[in-house]
Design a protein around this ligand. Structure first.
Ligand code: SF4
Ligand code: SF4
Length: 105
């Protein structure tokens, strides 16, 4: 079964994090949680690799290879004029991890 925690590219470098919490504000899937000294990755499997967190981190504490996985499937579907909610997503995620399914909709 697809496991987006081990197969997605999201990485947090807590040694660089200055705890500004921008990532918690911009992430559409609440992947990050506020912590006392740094944020933590609270819902790793929910990451769809959109790249918003890395793009907004002021100290490059987040690495993610955007344009792959679910994000890629969403872009592809948009270009083809299809709707992911109709089951067009081919990323391999199940209802709890896929961009087109479960609570992440
Ligand atoms: S945006 Fe970067 S520096 Fe700010 S809390 Fe998130 S990981 Fe830390
Ligand atoms: S890449 Fe997108 S979905 Fe994944 S943690 Fe960052 S903002 Fe959230």
């Amino acid at each position: 079964m697809f496991d987006s925690y081990t197969e997605n590219t999201l990485r947090l470098h807590t040694d660089r994090c200055i705890n500004c919490r921008r990532c918690t504000e911009v992430c559409p899937h609440a992947v990050f949680a506020a912590g006392e000294d740094t944020v933590t990755i609270a819902r790793p499997a929910a990451c769809m690799e959109c790249g918003a967190c890395a793009g907004n981190c002021p100290v490059q504490a987040i690495e993610v290879e955007s344009g792959v996985g679910c994000a890629w499937a969403m872009i592809g579907a948009a270009l083809r004029g299809k709707d992911l909610d109709s089951g067009e997503c081919s990323c391999g995620g199940d209802d709890s991890t896929c961009c087109g399914g479960g609570e992440n909709r």
